[in-house]
Design a protein around this ligand. Structure first.
Ligand SMILES: [Zn+2]
Length: 91
């Protein structure tokens, strides 16, 4: 957490099995990880939006590396996640 964006190299190289089981690719995993971690740098927290279930797209800030629950892999922020934060400055 902070201004640095840190990526787990083992997962960068190989993603996680449940990601592939859900039909997504390594390139999509890498896109998700970068976007998720940049989300943290912007002030977003893990799992701040609940998974909608029923194979809806997972929220970007869901910990998709850990679990998909009943959601589908998703690489970009959902519309509901596109709120802005004001880290270190006044709105
Ligand atoms: Zn996270």
């Amino acid at each position: 957490v902070g201004a640095d964006v840190i990526i787990n190299k083992t997962r960068w190289d190989g993603a996680v099995q449940h990601w592939f089981d859900a039909g997504a690719t390594l390139a999509q995993y890498r896109t998700m990880v970068i976007n998720h971690e940049v989300g943290h740098a912007l002030g977003h927290i893990d799992n701040e939006t609940p998974c909608g279930g029923n194979k809806q797209a997972a929220p970007l800030m869901q910990e998709q590396s850990m679990f998909l629950k009943e959601c589908s892999p998703n690489t970009w922020p959902l519309d509901s996640e596109l709120w802005s934060t004001f880290v270190g400055s006044e709105p």
